[in-house]
Ligand binder design. Sequence first.
Ligand code: IVH
Length: 679
Amino acid sequence: MAEPTPQARITELRDELNRHNYNYYVLSNPTISDQEFDALLHELATLEAAHPEMFDANSPTQRVGSDLTNEFEHIVHERPMLSLGNTYNREDVSEFYQRVKEGLDGDPFEICCELKYDGLSISLIYEDGQLVRAATRGDGVRGDDVTANVRTIRTIPLSLRPGTGFPNRFEIRGEVLMPWERFNALNHERELREEALFANPRNAASGTLKLKSSAEVARRRLDAYLYFLLGDDIPATTHYERLLLARKWGFRVSEDVKLAHSLEEIYAFIDYWDKRRSSLPVATDGIVLKVNSLAQQEELGFTAKTPRWAIAYKFQAEQALTRLLSVSYQVGRTGAVTPVANMEPVLLAGTVVRRASLHNEDVIRSLDLHIGDFVRVEKAGEIIPQIVGVDTSRRSGKDGEPIAFITECPECGAHLIRYEGEASTYCPNDTRCRPQILGKIEHFISRDAMDISSLGPETADSFYSRGLIRNVADLYNLTVAEICGGYPSRIISARKIVESVEQSKKVGFDRVLYALGIRFVGRVAARQLARTFRTMDVLKAASEEQLQRAEGIGQTIAKSIVAWFAQDDNRKLVERLREAGVQMEMPEEVTSGDALAGKTIVISGTFAHHSRDEYKLLIEQNGGRNASSISSKTSFVLAGDNMGPSKMEKARSLGVPFVSETEFLLMLGEKPAQQPSLF
Ligand code: IVH
């Protein structure tokens, strides 16, 4: 048999991989090994890289996401995404049941019982079997276009199973979730980096879906269950049949759906899952009850906010009573001091709980906590237990005084302060307090700052513990011999570290400024400051008023910069960095030409050849002006992939032309390179 053409092989591989994805994720019944799957995926990616004309955003290779920045456009939902009325006990459920019975004039009816998944609701639109759009619920009327990120979720099919009878166009809704296992792993990583932990998988899923890099979304491995199919040409008369159809077309629909014919059967479903839900791989917070017949749903209709044919029953949050033994205080890398309650160990939702975060001084005060108090601890889908109340009836006269927040830093002894309008208390000693020094070093070496990539946060911590570094300037004195500390096996990594410290001397002044970790000076402010003041010396000498003249620099940032340079330790640090050869000024702005002189340009969508920031710079370097929103003054829109429909519509209505990435690069005389390879 003749070899298929590369184009035919690409199509064949895409179909085959889609089939394996369905077997694996929807049926939980893989028919090939992971290695075989990876080999097919690799073959496809290689072929696609060689044939950019075959690019398809729904190819199985696109599950890996991209590092291009997503910008979320608002989308108006075709049908509003309503929420459900909540009930918390059997009486409420019984009332719902009676209301349905009366509403249907005593006709028999069935109730479809489902788990209530605790994640983020999502609306997916499919056309001709292809995922074309994914949006968050938002305010129910308008949501964010998160299509690029949703494409990385392997349980969401990009192309439906051919020949399964799906209509040309339909919407399906469901819940995006982060499984417990992934959630725990993610929080563990964040704990090591001392980043804020996600309180529960719902927040983690929603934070992840809003990330700008879909490659990072892909890495976090979100999951999804679909539970609501909408459309005009769906061959089904009940909700349950619709769920079965959705499963046949390729969607992941829960196996734990049951039809109930009486209130008792509903209670049995609730009781069953109340006991067993902790063994599910994803978080659930209740049960959803839906009238099964679509005709009966229509008969019952909606109130302003919720359907009359469905209701949610919320599980009780699990609580336990235990004794507060002491409060300790942790200093984070930003200097924020967090109080932590130490309690007598108690079993709660399957784990032994000993500690609970008290967040800040106000939380302690509002609970009126005393040492020795019996406290109610709750885990309402939250992984970190919360103290939700005190049983004051068990407080005896001789128990302790109300807890007074500490006034001195437990790490360095400095007097703590609370900034106006902030809930947290801080240790201000940012140059001498251990966790803060470590935080500064980690920030300094991070990718967006000096990008000293061969030195990870843990190694930096160990260097600190070994006394090799006390601040970021010490990094530039490190020698291979010191790093090895007599262990020859460390030599290769030691050389790499010294080399990447050396490389960091080339990093531009704006990033150096950001790397210093001055409070409130993020990447954008740093860039603006570098462009306006051009050198460290001019910046150092600038007054609050002068600083505020720079675009985007307000009083808070200006005050913080002046305060930073006022500290002797900081000025010395800057001098040492200068001596080490770190960039202390911006080169003269390179103007490549005036091809875009007088043009106002709006960038929209994602691009293959340069990042959005690079395009912004290119526009400025060629004499053009960047604008963030489209108006009649816009000369043209530099339009990438996945441009949001609202922007597109606005440009069309104002007659603003679109320029593609390739056209744009040709305008500047740059020849676009080949599509970058995936691996
Ligand atoms: S049905 C009109 N089914 O709960 C009915 N919702 O407060 C649409 N949810 O926004 C929703 N599991 O995010 C439905 N099996 C399930 C669900 C479910 C979780 C969420 C969904 C919705 C919220 C309702």
